[in-house]
Design a protein around this ligand. Structure first.
Ligand SMILES: NC(=O)c1ccc[n+]([C@@H]2O[C@H](COP(=O)([O-])OP(=O)(O)OC[C@H]3O[C@@H](n4cnc5c(N)ncnc54)[C@H](O)[C@@H]3O)[C@@H](O)[C@H]2O)c1
Ligand SMILES: N[C@H](CO)Cc1c[nH]c[nH+]1
Ligand SMILES: [Zn+2]
Length: 421
């Protein structure tokens, strides 16, 4: 792993998820074909990309039962416990409607309404992500969304992986379809004979999924375009090299474009972590992916002071930040940009990926500068409520009419004046 000393204004090589022109064209063609030909287009693409023939996309109860028989009971219990942790954490985010009565009798408020329907994309091309099912579905439930639809690509055996189906059942999803990629996103956005359209599409996926979400945005809402995973670790010489290296690799194994960065004030730690990463890489099952990610997007930055190190973290605005320093809690205040902040030695990143209850769908590619983890508010919308009493109206009518005329909008002014002129 490359060690850089000082490294002022270092920028991490990241590619923006806008795909190639060819990929963008393919996605546009897929969406158009699904809009025109519905289910038969879904069948065509599932045959082509997932190499399986699907006659009925809907996942039946019998398929769910079969999935349970594939999964150890202990694992079912672990998934249930994780789901409960996620529910319990997200309940704290629930916003309710409010109204305020002013002295002049006007009442102003905000009505919070859950979205009617949400589509959850669960990736399935190269790995199964039951944890992502929970992370996307549980906040939607907490928000009160009535119709939650899940889509995920089938494997060559024509099935969605059992662990994903079990997680979906535990999370209470009633509508699951065996379709993925851009065609799955198009079906959710525009509907087919089998799949009724939804209002919002959430969930991570590969470049085809990301481009399709970008393409349908506006006709439906989307959560975000999640890029490859990122981890940054802020550490001093109290951190253990073996643990820091293991945590860096935990995200590197996701994707060849995942990034893993250590920012430290300790030269000894930097050298030891570089060695550890090499050693630990040698026997990782997903070695090829992790190695490429470390080679292209891995970095160890040695800084003179902790303040400089913190500033570098803020420039990176990482998806995940671990703080492993003597005074970890005291450092939180200076962190302005990070999707999730893991504090102290025992808050290893996978604690959040699977179990703590916080959401693992987080802003990537520096977007933590302006956006937040997936949360309950992503599944709610707000309407303003305005009641003007007679008193309030007459107190302000002339001011409102004058403001309207300032904008040259005579009809607005007259609407107000029609009450008294
Ligand atoms: N940020 C998060 O929280 C999070 C969580 C889990 C996974 N992920 C990421 O999601 C991604 C999942 O990607 P994946 O590929 O494994 O699964 P995926 O389900 O996103 O994509 C598979 C689908 O892509 C489509 N596809 C494949 N090749 C195509 C081509 N040449 N043309 C058109 N369509 C094509 C197919 O329809 C296929 O079903 C990974 O990058 C992973 O790191 C992110
Ligand atoms: N770390 C990923 C988000 O960047 C989420 C995930 C799913 N499974 C394991 N990890
Ligand atoms: Zn992860």
């Amino acid at each position: 792993m490359k060690i850089v000393y000082g490294g002022d204004n270092i920028t991490i090589k990241r590619s923006v998820d806008s795909g190639t022109e060819e990929q963008r064209n393919i996605v546009k063609e897929i969406i158009e074909n699904v809009r025109v030909n519905g289910d038969s287009a879904l069948q065509e693409y599932t045959q082509k990309f997932d190499r399986t023939e699907i006659k009925n996309f809907f996942v039946t109860e019998q398929e769910i039962e079969e999935a349970y028989s594939d999964i150890e009971q202990d694992m079912v219990e672990i998934i249930k416990e994780a789901a409960e942790n996620i529910r319990s954490y997200h309940k704290n985010q629930l916003k309710s409607s409010w109204m305020v009565t002013k002295e002049n009798g006007s009442i102003l408020g905000q009505k919070v309404t859950p979205l009617d329907s949400v589509g959850v994309y669960v990736p399935g091309g190269t790995a199964a992500y039951p944890s992502s099912v929970l992370m996307n579905v549980m906040p939607a439930h907490v928000a009160g969304v009535k119709r939650i639809v899940m889509v995920s690509p089938p494997g060559e055996n024509g099935k969605i992986p059992s662990a994903v189906l079990v997680a979906a059942h535990i999370a209470g999803v009633k509508e699951i379809y065996k379709v993925g990629g851009a065609q799955g996103v198009a079906a959710l956005a525009y509907g087919t004979k089998t799949i009724a359209p939804v209002d919002k599409i959430v969930g991570p996926g590969n470049i085809y999924v990301a481009l399709a979400k970008r393409e349908v945005f506006g006709d439906v809402d989307i959560d975000m375009i999640a890029g490859p995973s990122e981890i940054a670790i802020l550490a001093d010489d109290t951190a253990k090299a073996k643990e820091v290296a293991a945590d860096l690799l935990s995200q590197a194994e996701h994707d060849i474009r995942a990034s893993a960065v250590l920012v430290t004030t300790s030269e000894n730690l930097a050298v030891a972590v570089a060695k550890e990463v090499e050693q630990q890489l040698s026997n990782l099952p997903r070695k090829e992916i992790a190695q490429k990610s470390i080679e292209d997007f891995g970095l160890i930055l040695v800084k003179e002071t902790m303040e400089e190190a913190v500033e570098t973290i803020n420039e990176l605005a990482p998806e995940h930040l671990e703080i492993i320093t003597e005074d970890a809690f005291e450092r939180i205040g200076a962190i302005r940009h990070a999707g999730a902040i893991f504090v102290g030695r025992y808050s290893s990143e996978p604690v959040g990926d699977y179990f703590a209850g916080t959401n693992h769908v987080l802003p990537t590619n520096g977007t933590a500068r302006f956006s937040s983890p997936l949360n309950v508010e992503d599944f709610q919308k707000k309407s303003s409520v305005i009641y003007y009493s007679k008193n309030a109206f007459f107190e302000n009518a002339e001011k409102i009419a004058a403001f309207a005329r300032l904008e040259g909008l005579e009809a607005h002014a007259r609407a107000i004046e029609s009450r008294y002129k």
